[in-house]
Design a protein around this ligand. Structure first.
Ligand SMILES: [Zn+2]
Length: 501
């Protein structure tokens, strides 16, 4: 029987619970929400958290979107009648006993297909690969791994002044679609990828970025999930496509693992162990191939800054608020988050994106910052939907390119450009570079990478104490190193060998 399937049973119970929560006390059990209803001119007061049309990421049981002042929601005939009676401009868009059919109509529009302003992964890869063929010196494809369920390749693209090899330059990452239905991320990263390659040598700002740093672009992290959404199958899909219960059937909502809860920094503090949850973190840290692919990227290239694009909310989450503690680099991180947010206009056009500290558990940004020393920001693009109506897409992309400019401006410093070498041979060393007055025990020690012995450490102008250590060498202490404003301050450290250690 249908309900003997554990995931289906749980989703059935969740649906019953959600219906019950919506019903007025003492009312008879509500009928199935078989109507897709559009409500135009929703008053501002009703759009607030306490209002009748509160849209949030985890509250999409009835309200499917609220873009500007137009809501799309599921309703019973009685709920629809009540909306009309209360004076709302409500009309029935579609009717079906099947909730997925209504979701597809709401998110894809009348054609029930993803609007062509969005791209499939195959389309993104075909275009990016074409650029690799046309401009091999500017862009290279790097295979990071394969997806958990369908073993599709997960690609990063490296854009640089000589993309054929890694160079001693700061690394930056832009990635999209940890969450399958948050497809704006793929579109923003795909647009940026093309801009960086095609505007190099024409636009002085783009040329400066590409000369100055190595830029990695992962348009889609969760390739299998993105395909479920972009193929028109299920616009609700958030997680990857893992066949969690092993029944051989994939793509049955809400199966899968939340790829943005699978990293190993405070893994157990993020998401939940409940497979039917939107935020199921999987069986263990890095259980999902998508997370291992991102870890592979960090093994290939240490990064200084990164952005992970999500939807929605017009807010930038930064690391972190951990109980009462802020991140060791809190002042610097908030400064950069504010610079990025201040350059991204909201859809309403009345302001710019907000900033807020995120929690310390299992997501990409605490892992990148806590383990890898990368200042990572989650940017929640757009407001009121996950799949936005096609006419909103170009504006959201253009707005976010403003944030990209602010972030890439920081790849010019200020901070320390550390280079550690063997004093006798000049060989680059993978050495720990510790700033003991800043970096407490909540973060892993930062290191130079072995290929070039380099570490770019963003800092606010001022004086810093450094301790540089490497097994087999005398530890170097550099008190009061001055970081000047406006550029990287070079710091060459030559470590003397210590055979007794
Ligand atoms: Zn997300």
């Amino acid at each position: 029987m249908l309900l003997s399937h554990p995931v289906r049973l749980i989703s059935f119970l969740l649906a019953v619970a959600a219906s019950a929560a919506f019903a007025a006390p003492a009312a008879p059990a509500p009928a199935v929400r078989s109507l897709l209803v559009e409500v135009r001119a929703v008053p501002a007061k009703d759009q607030l958290a306490a209002g009748r049309f509160d849209y949030s990421d985890y509250n999409r049981v009835a309200l499917l979107s609220l873009v500007r002042d137009t809501a799309l929601q599921l309703a019973t005939p009685a709920e629809f009648a009540a909306l009309r009676q209360d004076g709302y401009q409500a009309r029935i868009v579609s009717e079906s006993p099947d909730v997925l059919t209504l979701y597809r109509r709401a998110c894809y529009g009348p054609t029930l297909r993803l609007p062509p302003v969005y791209h499939s992964y195959d389309q993104i890869v075909a275009r990016a690969d074409e650029l690799v063929r046309l401009h091999p010196e500017r862009i290279t494809r790097v295979t990071l791994g394969e997806t958990t369920q369908f073993h599709r390749p997960i690609y990063a693209y490296r854009v640089s002044s000589d993309a054929r090899r890694t160079q001693p330059k700061p690394g930056v990452l832009f990635d999209g679609c940890h969450h399958a239905d948050e497809v704006m991320g793929a579109e923003i990263v795909f647009t940026l990828l093309q801009k960086l390659v095609l505007d190099y040598g024409r636009d002085p700002e783009v040329t400066a970025w590409v000369d100055r740093c190595e830029i990695y672009l992962v348009p889609v992290v969760n390739v299998d999930g993105h395909d479920i959404v972009t193929s028109g199958r299920d616009p609700r899909w958030r997680k990857n496509a893992r066949d969690v219960n092993g029944d051989g059937v994939t793509g049955v909502f809400p199966e899968g693992v939340d790829v943005n809860r699978g990293y190993d920094f405070n893994w157990a503090m993020g998401g939940t162990g409940e497979p039917a949850s939107d935020r199921y973190r999987g069986e263990h840290p890095f259980s999902e191939a998508e997370n291992r692919a991102m870890r592979r990227l960090l093994e290939l290239k240490p990064l200084v800054l990164s952005v992970s694009y999500h939807s929605q909310g017009e807010v930038i989450y930064y690391p972190w608020r951990w109980g009462t503690q802020a991140a060791p680099d809190d002042a610097l991180i908030r400064e950069i988050a504010g610079e990025i947010a201040g350059q991204i206009p909201t859809m309403a056009g009345t302001g710019t994106y907000a900033t807020a500290p995120g929690g310390p558990g299992s997501q990409s940004y605490p892992w990148l910052y806590g383990r890898k020393g990368v200042l990572d920001f989650i940017i929640e693009t757009g407001k009121g939907a996950h799949l936005f109506p096609p006419e909103e897409v170009p504006g959201i992309i253009a707005a976010n390119l403003g944030g990209v400019r602010a972030l890439l401006a920081r790849t010019a410093g200020p901070g320390l450009a550390v280079e550690v070498t063997d004093a006798a041979t000049g060989r680059p060393l993978a050495a720990q570079v510790w700033l003991p007055r800043i970096e407490n025990e909540t973060v892993d020690r930062r290191s130079t990478e072995p290929e070039f012995g380099r570490l770019w450490r963003l800092l606010r102008p001022g004086r810093y104490d450094l301790i540089i250590s490497c097994p087999g060498y005398e530890t170097a202490v550099r008190p009061g190193v001055e970081v000047k404003a406006g550029a990287w301050t070079p710091l060459a450290i030559k470590l003397a060998g210590n055979p007794s250690r």
